[in-house]
Design a protein around this ligand. Structure first.
Ligand code: DI6
Ligand code: FE
Length: 420
């Protein structure tokens, strides 16, 4: 008998590849070989080049279960101190998100709580959120800063994000969101704050290796196009890709701005118009749809899905996990809501949490089941992809592999007294 070639071989699978040019989008009676953290082979079991036991050290049957790439949550703010449940009640009683922000609540409230939290406390509060996302199938997360709005706390947030990536069997990509809100101490000094972020905080954190991309909140209650442009110029000098919270509450033409800088993504987009869609299509900028924030804010204006389709703009879907507008801990629920609220097809929504989400993060090594990709996979308690959007809530992920290794379900570390 020849030496086994692969570390692991999963048999009897229904494989949903999400590859653009896949000959068959769904393979039944499939097999997938994993070796050294990568996908070594996929296809029909009938076409395996030898007997399973000769091909791999470990051979397992998944009994017909659906296997997809590990899900990718390409927009979260999951590192933060405190919570804003009280504000949720205020909004239910009619106070708007903007009113709360103008009265010093909203993002500013989370900034105070985050500034007060130590690195250890922030880590302990954030890890259960990351683990909840992973438990429902996410193996790659983007995490933004933006609740510090000064060097020390922005650094602390990004360090916590990196640590989650190191310790929690998932990949974390960081985005620096220094232009998220004007910190209270700069209330009458907007320009100075923008200068501080562009000339000092961003370059310093980038030099420390804490920043994978640069983001901003382009909005009347956030920052203007001109202010965001200054930030993007600095990002360009530093060689960092950009993305933008754009057209969430009004149309400031932010999507066209981020497209002008070749941005990875424009996110939210309820108020996006046709010229912005066209600019995104030309630049290859991904539209990141965030139905959690739409739902929690009880927004009624829909992102222009028909135009995005018409212009061929790739659509991603993410949780936007944050304490204000989207305290959401399931990416599969976001995909489900993208279908029910935004009328994406299940296939569009699932491409949105896999291959297009990878693109929104500038990652080309994941998001499909193609040979050579990272072996981040989910074996689901489901037989067809639509079920992942159809079931609302509940734990559907049966087993999760990160870089070819099954994620252990052991009890979390001592940092997490209350988490399951
Ligand atoms: N848009 C959002 O949905 C989050 N940030 C942003 O710019 C909300 C952040 C928060 O309310 O804490
Ligand atoms: Fe956001």
């Amino acid at each position: 008998m020849s030496e086994p070639r692969w570390d692991r071989l999963l048999l009897n699978a229904t494989l949903a590849s999400f590859e653009e040019d896949a000959q068959e989008p769904l393979i039944e009676g499939g097999a997938i070989g994993l070796h050294r953290g990568r996908i070594a082979w996929t296809g029909r079991m009938d076409n395996l080049p030898a007997a399973p036991d000769e091909l791999a050290v470990t051979v397992e049957s998944v009994d017909g279960a659906l296997i997809t790439p590990g899900l990718i949550d390409c927009h979260t703010h999951l590192v933060f101190g405190g919570d804003r449940a009280g504000e949720f009640e205020l909004r239910l009683n009619g106070t708007s998100y903007e009113d709360i922000a103008r009265a010093g609540g909203g993002i500013a409230a989370t900034v105070s709580a985050t500034r007060e939290a130590s690195e250890e406390q922030l880590y302990a509060q954030s890890v259960p959120r990351a683990r909840a996302l992973r438990a429902d199938g996410a193996t790659t997360l983007e995490i933004k800063s933006g609740y510090g709005l000064e060097l020390e706390t922005e650094r602390r947030m990004l360090r916590v994000a990196r640590r989650i990536g190191r310790d929690q069997s998932m990949t974390v990509r960081t985005s620096f969101l220094g232009l998220h809100a004007l910190p209270p101490e700069y209330r009458d000094h907007r320009e100075e704050y923008v200068t501080l972020v562009c000339d000092s905080i961003l370059p310093e954190l980038a030099a420390e290796g804490l920043v994978d991309a640069v983001d901003a909140f382009c909005e009347n209650i956030g920052f203007s196009r001109e202010e965001v442009r200054r930030l993007f110029e600095r990002a360009r000098q530093l060689g960092l890709p950009v993305k933008l919270h754009a057209e969430q509450l009004s149309d400031l033409d932010g999507a066209a701005l981020v497209a002008e800088y070749g941005g990875l993504s424009a996110d939210h987009l309820e108020y996006l118009g046709e010229s912005g869609v066209r600019a995104m299509a030309t630049a290859g900028t991904v539209a990141v749809l965030l139905p959690g924030a739409f739902h929690v804010l009880r927004e009624t204006r829909l992102p222009p899905i028909a135009l995005l389709r018409q212009y061929g703009v790739p659509m991603a879907v993410a949780t936007d996990c944050n304490p204000g507008t989207s305290p959401m801990l399931s990416l599969r629920l976001a995909a489900s809501m993208a279908c029910t609220l935004f009328r994406l097809t299940p296939t569009e929504a699932l491409r949105g949490v896999t291959v297009n989400a990878a693109r929104a993060l500038g990652l080309s090594d994941r998001g499909t089941l193609k040979t050579g990709q990272r072996a981040d996979l989910v074996v689901w308690n489901a037989r067809q992809p639509a079920e992942l959007c159809y079931w609302v809530g509940g734990g559907l992920a049966h087993r999760i592999y990160v870089a070819g290794e099954p994620v252990s379900r052991r009890k979390p570390s001592r940092h997490l007294p209350n988490a399951s």
